[in-house]
Design a protein around this ligand. Structure first.
Ligand code: NAD
Length: 402
């Protein structure tokens, strides 16, 4: 079939297999250009491995450090002639490239929050890898079924305590519109913490530790975001910020667990990038469009792969030292948060309106990046040609039933 982008609001409901493969190739090329990562991880579990920051981590550890990788994600295969989701095609391409290099790469598609998934991963690591020396927790999910109670929790993106007024970019219609978001109820805050906080990360680490699968010196990390003051009411000080605070507190618990074997756990604060998760956050797409313009002009632009590659090379491995802030977070959002960058964004922010989007922001860059997430707009891919939507992930492992 011929696959073209079909954008509905802030998602694209189609994805292109060859385009996603070309996007994977670009990311691999970036990592390869930096040469091998000295003393990098050898056996890596990435939870949330099919798109965004988790995918970039899988690519960087495999192609930078030659690591065996196990990837967990929740993606949709092709059915009834409809294309699969982008993360499915990303994984097909990633595994093929990894296998061609002789690298171990297996994947599990299903709910990472479930006990069945954890058991399946434990079995697979025990059988194939023995132990892991890096566990990366990079989930972004709208809901979670609590394994203890069966209750379904939904995460919301709302301010806490007071309504938040700002402006928003309707990326579909290319319009800047006022937005007002009412404050979250207590139950919504608690639910968001249940979904995006650290509870599930800890369950994963306890399951791995309990089975003796964490190697000497094992590290674990999850990802956090801070961003500019103008998004703090809806992000850092909002429901998702409450969840991230819980994630940080959990990092301290996991760190204590790993210290016994000379390992460590932490959250890394990453920069704002276009991903399926970030395009759904109110206000953030407008901020990212502005940020892209400023950072590109200053020669500081980075996407997921550049961020993770820099994190691994300059801080985690290669004799690098982790750059902790006063809240114990590792910072790789240093370029985004540079004073001159934030001042430039803050100066333009009040001026942006529908009529000057192209002049004042890099909306074209935002859109290009967004479409790329789904494998569209890549050079050397012929989008008018017939393509086969039904492709298998080469090493998709079975998930055991409870
Ligand atoms: P993303 O949407 O690109 O990726 C989410 C991943 O989670 C995918 O692999 C998806 O398949 C997987 N997933 C979701 N629900 C799942 C489930 N129930 N079971 C198994 N897998 C599931 O998101 P992202 O933007 O890369 O976010 C990853 C992390 O990075 C989040 O913690 C996010 O807050 C953080 N972060 C993002 C940004 C940003 O600008 N995008 C910035 C800093 C930090």
């Amino acid at each position: 079939m011929i696959i073209q982008p079909k954008v509905r609001g802030f998602v694209c409901i189609t994805a292109h297999p060859e385009g996603c493969a070309a996007h994977i190739d670009e990311q691999i090329a970036h990592v390869r250009a930096g040469g091998p990562i000295k003393d990098g991880p050898k056996k890596v579990l990435v939870i949330g491995a099919s798109t965004g920051y988790g995918l970039a981590t899988r690519i960087a550890t495999a192609f930078g450090a030659g690591a065996a990788t196990l990837g967990v994600f929740f993606e949709r295969p092709s059915s009834n002639g409809k294309p699969a989701s982008a993360g499915w095609y990303n994984t097909v391409a990633f595994e093929k490239k990894a296998h061609a290099e002789g690298l171990y790469a297996k994947s599990l598609n299903g709910d990472a929050f479930s006990p069945e998934m954890k058991e399946s991963v434990v079995d697979l690591i025990r059988r194939d890898l023995g132990q892991v020396d890096l566990v990366v927790y990079s989930l972004a999910s709208p809901r979670r079924t609590d394994p203890a109670t069966g209750e379904v929790h939904k995460s919301v993106l709302k301010p806490i305590g007071a309504p938040y007024k700002s402006k928003n970019l309707d990326t579909d219609k290319k319009r800047v519109l006022p937005v007002e978001i009412g404050p979250a109820e207590e139950a919504e805050i608690a639910s968001t913490v249940k979904v995006m906080g650290g509870e599930d990360w800890l369950l994963w680490m306890e399951a791995l530790e309990g089975a003796g699968l964490l190697a000497e010196g094992c590290s674990s990390m999850a990802y956090d975001y801070i961003g500019p003051e103008l998004t703090w009411p809806v992000y850092t000080n909002g429901t998702i910020g409450a969840a991230k605070k819980h994630l940080r507190e959990t990092a301290a618990k996991i760190d204590a667990m790993l210290k016994v074997r000379r390992g460590r756990a932490f959250v890394s604060v990453n920069k704002a990038v276009v991903t399926q998760a970030s395009s759904a956050i109110p206000v953030v797409p407008l901020y990212i469009s502005l940020l892209f313009k400023v950072m590109k002009e200053k020669g500081l632009h980075e996407d997921c792969i550049q961020q993770i590659d820099r994190l691994l090379r300059t801080q985690m491995y290669n004799d690098g030292a982790l750059n902790f802030d006063d809240l114990g977070r590792v910072r790789i959002d240093d370029w985004e948060m540079r004073e001159d960058v934030q001042a430039a964004v803050a100066a333009i922010w009040p001026e942006v309106e529908t009529g000057n989007i192209d002049e004042l922001t890099d909306f074209a860059g935002y859109q290009e990046n967004f479409l790329k997430l789904f494998g569209f707009g890549l050079p050397n891919v012929n989008y008018d040609r017939e393509t086969e939507p039904e492709v298998d992930i080469p090493s998709l492992a079975e998930i055991s039933s409870a």
